[in-house]
Design a protein around this ligand. Structure first.
Ligand code: GLN
Length: 486
């Protein structure tokens, strides 16, 4: 097996026993990117020289026997391009930030750097994380490594495509309404959206601050746990960062799920679910039964409101967050005779179509006269959705549903039908509206060989249950070990 085919845990072990040097590992991934990314298009910026220097530095320290505390020493990764990196271009895949080089770094990047992980580059995404296919990027379309005519999912599509194609061992994405889970499901990966506040958002370019959460996109749940240990924890610079004691996520990698209660909602899947996704959902339910779990019928009456509430809240917050991009303080400026005209021109030329749509929708929902009718109404329903979710979850440990209603779409397939893409977020947005944890994991393939992911979610702070269940599932299945032929 080549280093680029290994999981982060396998690489960690091989580096520790000196079977591989950090330089060997980084070289293998760089070669892979040079060979495969011309087909996939995941990387927007690479930093190979710095990566090689870091690898040499870690090898030197290891030879002196000092590096064993560096948790991720020598493991190559990528960052979604809305995570700020000092001195490395960060664009959020938007023309308005085309040449933006940040003067500081995000909390996650600082933590990963001090753990010894090696950044290979920044990966593509939907502009400002708005989308589910990666087609809203201003810098080209990312391809799904399992079928190059299909999308990798979004908005962290570059992250998922890069991990799936072996162009980094793991990636860090952001999830506002499903953006690490959706592409993980399309690319046969495991990704966790942690409880809101678990990972500091300091240095994450905001989309919708009350929904945004950073999460790892990995090959399996063991890697998710490894990475979570490094990126989670209290950070004073994010006022919503939680003070809960630091957890060891790897301690949840146990198989004791006998008697665990898993909720399912058959009503949800009667409507609009792809046939093969439905088959895989039923197979997954059976697998958990075989593993000794008790399956409980749940119903979420409020679930039908989740998508409209999500889009009202997300667009309203986005319209306010994106007001800072004016071409004056940073980003690309289109100069005109007056300040107002400069701002207007910079925003007109800088933002793409989907971002403009959402700014307009959000501004409308927040305007005097409409605020009570739309935004404040959405907040009330958001609270009811939370209550409903918590009530349902009080009867079981976990809730199982598909991550997406369909396997990966053909590139361009949904161009004329944005509404159906919004509606396809039905299974993922609830975790963001309620601030609860949810993960997507590989659960099977369609007859055309497309990966399909399932989602497990839990009450706030109960990542332990999710990790245990997925770990047991992965110990007893092999879907997550299948790699694309590229
Ligand atoms: N598909 C959702 C949207 O377009 C989710 C995006 C995200 O999680 N960043 O808003």
């Amino acid at each position: 097996m080549q280093p680029y085919e290994m999981t982060a845990n396998q690489l960690k072990q091989a580096i520790k026993t000196r079977e591989l040097s950090c330089v060997d590992v980084v070289n293998s991934f760089i070669d892979r990117i040079c060979g495969a990314d011309k087909h996939i298009n995941a990387y927007l910026t690479t930093c190979f020289e710095a990566a090689m220097n870091n690898a040499k530095m870690h090898d030197d320290i290891t030879v002196k026997g000092e590096d064993m505390n560096n948790y991720l020493a020598g493991i190559p990764y990528s960052l979604k391009d809305n995570i700020i990196t000092k001195d490395i271009k960060t664009t959020a895949s938007s023309k308005i930030l085309e040449n933006f080089v940040p003067p500081y770094s995000a909390h996650v990047y600082e933590n990963l750097t001090s753990s010894g992980a090696i950044l290979l580059g920044k990966v593509d995404m939907d502009e400002f994380a708005m989308g589910s296919t990666c087609e809203n990027s201003s810098f080209g379309t990312v391809k799904n490594p399992y079928d190059l005519s299909r999308v990798p999912g979004g908005s962290s599509g570059g992250s998922a495509a890069a991990v799936a194609a072996g162009m980094c061992a793991f990636s860090i994405g952001s999830d506002t309404g499903g953006s690490v889970r959706n592409p993980a499901s399309y690319c046969n990966l495991t990704a966790l959206k942690p409880t809101y506040g678990t990972v500091s958002r300091y240095g994450l370019i905001a989309y919708a601050s009350s929904l945004d959460q950073i999460g790892p996109v990995c090959r399996d749940i063991e890697d998710v746990a490894l990475v979570m240990n490094v990126i989670s924890g209290k950070d004073e610079r994010d006022s919503t960062s939680t003070a809960s004691p630091h957890k060891d996520y790897t301690s949840y990698l146990t198989e004791d799920i006998k008697g665990m209660k898993i909720g399912i909602d058959m009503n949800l899947i009667e409507t609009g679910l792809d046939k093969e996704v439905r088959r895989i959902y039923l197979e997954t339910i059976n697998k958990f039964k075989e593993l000794g779990c008790e399956i409980v019928d749940l119903s979420f009456d409020m679930q039908k409101y989740a998508v409209p509430v999500y889009y009202l809240v997300a667009c309203s917050e986005a319209s306010s967050n994106l007001a800072r991009f004016d071409g004056i303080r940073y980003g690309t400026r289109h100069t005109a005779p007056t300040v107002e005209e400069t701002i207007r021109l910079s925003r007109t030329n800088g933002f793409g179509k989907e971002v403009k749509n959402r700014i307009m929708l959000g501004t409308y929902a927040l305007s005097a006269g409409y605020y009570d009718k739309y935004y404040s109404q959405a907040l009330k329903v958001r609270r009811l959705i939370s209550e409903d979710y918590n009530n349902a979850l009080s009867e079981c440990d976990l809730y199982l549903c598909p991550t997406n209603p369909d396997p990966a779409y053909k590139i361009g397939e949904k161009n004329d039908d944005p509404m159906s893409l919004y509606l396809a977020d039905i299974f993922t947005v609830t975790a963001n509206l309620t601030g609860t944890p949810a993960a997507s994991f590989p659960a099977g393939f369609t007859s055309d060989g497309l990966p399909v992911g399932m989602q497990l979610s839990a009450m706030s702070q109960r990542e332990d249950l999710i990790i245990k269940a997925i770990y047991s599932f992965q110990k007893n299945t092999s879907y997550h070990t299948v790699r694309p032929e590229i």
